[in-house]
Design a protein around this ligand. Structure first.
Ligand SMILES: C[S@@+](CC[C@H](N)C(=O)[O-])C[C@H]1O[C@@H](n2cnc3c(N)ncnc32)[C@H](O)[C@@H]1O
Length: 430
């Protein structure tokens, strides 16, 4: 897609400034005319991030205006999922775009500016909750993975440097599983979550029978931190294909983790339900806290596509290893669905108690991380609007990390959400 494409339902396209960008215009809207003037600059939406390469200061200004969607009348010309009356980081960012630090400064600047026009805050300040439908996970992840990458090395609450790469709540290593494997590593709970996927005797026997020469496919790998951990320390003889729909996450994987694994780890950007993944290729399909099956009590059409892909990707006799904290009421419908498509349920652990402990023990690190994020972005230092947005961003991030006191943390404490690790096997014969 072109960096400046703004698309209307009719898809009428023409060329116009800046620099010959293609625009698609919604002709049904009265204010919209298919002319460069009508769409420039307020209706242009960046899709690729490549614009960074040839941008002038003047274009930066246009971009801010575009992000802030100001003046509001001008942007009624666009009927694009990313077009809003105010810049909204909860919905407006694009998973195809790895945002540079400069671009993030602009995005957050526009978000702060747009606070002046916001009638009702989306983020609940007491517990960080944002209503379903008022945010898109795609937008949130586009922001987060770019932010993790651009902020780079941060410090724990004890001043220990590390790069935030595990976008995983994880859990304390359960007492019944033996000694905790990851000491005081700041991201040990994420590592536990990945290692814990293989804490089943059936899995150990399967891998041992193949001398550990197994092939894994991960659906929703984030930055690939877990994939790297598995390749380095859990299955050092394995090969691993990691997929994620967030471009910035996959870029981090290719920069930070792929090179040292000498071809054993391959990371690919895309939606696994739409990508070509070799059929019958994986000994294990890994799903670790991937955003699926989050609709309470329901297996959605998208979830079914996801599970169909899992089934198709597994070798006969291969395993799905799946861990996550999701609504308790959703687990059984998912298990029923997996059985209905021919998978066999082998075992499942409930590690909710350990997941709550992990969040308690991780609180100081999460707090420290969020403050370092907020400090990085100048717009949050602006009096009144900046401070207001900083408070919203802080609570939303902490809720996202299920920090103690937030809605998502409380959901685990009262059992609304439970963290389970499930093992399913594809039968040898269909
Ligand atoms: C909470 S993050 C976890 C990332 C990683 N597994 C970890 O634990 O660090 C969930 C990830 O699932 C990815 N995801 C969700 N649906 C996906 C899909 N259909 N295809 C590829 N990735 C997907 C998101 O982009 C996001 O990176």
């Amino acid at each position: 897609m072109h960096p400046f494409e703004a698309r209307g339902p009719e898809g009428a396209a023409f060329r116009g400034p800046p620099r010959g960008a293609t625009f698609h215009v919604d002709r049904r809207r009265p204010r919209c005319r298919p002319s460069p003037v009508a769409v420039n600059p307020f209706t242009a939406v960046d899709h690729s991030g490549q614009y960074d390469d040839h941008r002038s200061v003047c274009e930066d200004v246009k971009w801010i205006v575009t992000l802030a969607q100001w003046p509001p009348k001008a942007n009624t010309a666009v009927n694009h999922p990313e077009a809003h009356h105010t810049m909204d980081i909860l919905t407006a960012l694009n998973p195809e775009t790895p945002y540079s630090k400069r671009r993030l400064q602009l995005v957050l600047g526009a978000w702060v500016a747009s606070a002046a026009f916001e009638r009702k805050a989306k983020v609940t300040l007491d517990d960080g909750h944002v209503n379903e439908g008022e945010y898109s996970k795609q937008s949130l992840y586009a922001l987060l993975y770019s932010m993790y990458r651009e902020i780079g090395t941060v410090k724990t609450e004890h001043g220990e440097p590390y790069e935030f790469t595990f976008n995983t709540w994880g859990y304390e290593w359960p007492a019944g599983w033996g000694d905790a494997p990851h000491g005081t590593d700041p991201q040990r709970f994420g590592k536990n979550a990945y290692r814990g996927l293989f804490e089943f005797k059936e899995v150990q026997a399967y891998a041992a029978a193949r001398q550990g020469k197994i092939h894994l496919v991960e659906m929703g790998c984030g930055t690939g931190a877990g994939a790297h951990h598995i390749c380095k320390t859990v299955w050092p003889e394995c090969t691993y294909e990691a997929f994620d729909m967030q471009s910035a996450g996959v870029q981090t994987c290719n920069r930070k983790f792929v090179p040292e694994l000498n071809g054993r780890l391959v990371a690919t950007h895309g939606d696994v339900t739409k990508l070509e993944i070799a059929a019958n290729s994986a000994d294990f399909v890994v799903i670790c806290e991937t955003h699926i099956t989050e609709m309470r009590g329901e297996v959605t059409a998208h979830d079914k596509q996801f599970f169909a892909k899992v089934l198709n990707t597994l070798k006969p006799g291969g395993f799905l290893v799946w861990g996550n904290a999701i609504p308790e009421l959703t687990w059984q419908p998912c298990f029923d669905h997996l059985k209905s498509i021919g998978m066999t349920m082998v075992d499942a652990h409930d590690v909710t108690k350990e997941a709550v402990v992990a969040r308690d023990l991780d609180k100081a690190r999460a707090d420290a991380y969020v403050e370092q994020c907020l400090d990085t972005f100048h717009a949050f230092k602006i009096p009144v609007l900046g401070k207001r947005r900083a408070a919203q961003a802080r609570q939303a991030l902490l809720n996202f990390y299920r920090n103690p006191g937030t809605r998502l943390y409380n959901n685990m404490v009262d059992g609304t959400d439970t963290y389970r690790v499930a093992l399913f096997q594809k039968p040898m014969v269909a």
